[in-house]
Design a protein. Structure first.
Length: 196
């Protein structure tokens, strides 16, 4: 209980700091663009409900969502891989994870997500896609193979806030009859995708 309370205080302060950083920047790519707290909490509930053991995150940024995923994985004895192309952001995320003693649940990788997807032989029961939206169509060529067929869940952020930018990706998912999907109106909008 105490651990959770410390966690919640820590991530609340972190979110305020990251939001202040973003508010001062006009260049979108320089912003951290962390997931909304309500979305993070929802993901944490999904991981607990699914009892996820093996999670992949595309887009660590400074680790706000990573911390929430890892905190949930500490209750399921799970583990995650998180991918970030910017080494400084990944490093900052690692420092926060170490502070919260969540780092043993996280494999931080500084890499291009596409390279990882192309070479990955592993499967995951939970995947969070929160990187650059113009790459999602290409990622879709690889994501189905990485998702466990039994109960695997792929979650995509920003599908309501940036609906036009994910329209082609969503259309591809809709066309693929192996999957069912649903949009949840939490935060920036989360698309939940799972096998039929
Ligand atoms: C929306 S932010 C992620 C926010 C993070 N999930 C959170 O909620 O705290 C997207 C991140 O993806 C990273 N990114 C962009 N293109 C990438 C790529 N090709 N491979 C890996 N990471 C990438 C960006 O540097 C950025 O930090």
């Amino acid at each position: 209980m105490e651990h959770i309370s410390h966690f919640q205080n820590y991530v609340r302060e972190l979110y305020a700091r990251f939001s202040a950083h973003d508010a001062g920047l006009s260049d979108r790519l320089q912003r951290y663009r962390n997931i909304e707290p309500a979305s993070a909490q929802f993901l944490s509930i999904l991981i607990r409900a699914q009892q996820s053991k093996c999670v992949l995150e595309l887009g660590t940024s400074t680790g706000y969502s990573t911390l929430w995923l890892a905190e949930a994985l500490s209750s399921t004895q799970g583990h995650m891989v998180t991918l970030e192309i910017d080494a400084e952001r990944s490093k900052e995320a690692q420092l926060h994870a170490q502070h919260l003693k969540l780092d043993s649940h996280i494999d931080f990788q500084v890499t291009d997500a596409l390279d990882y997807l192309q070479s990955c032989q592993q499967q995951f029961d939970f995947i969070l896609l929160d990187a650059e939206r113009d790459a999602y169509v290409e990622y879709w060529s690889y994501l189905p193979q990485l998702l466990q067929q039994q109960g695997g869940l792929l979650v995509v952020d920003n599908v309501l806030s940036h609906a036009e930018q994910v329209a082609v990706f969503k259309a591809l998912v809709d066309l693929d009859k192996r999957f069912v999907s649903s949009t949840v109106d939490i935060g920036a909008g989360l698309l939940l995708i799972t096998f039929q």
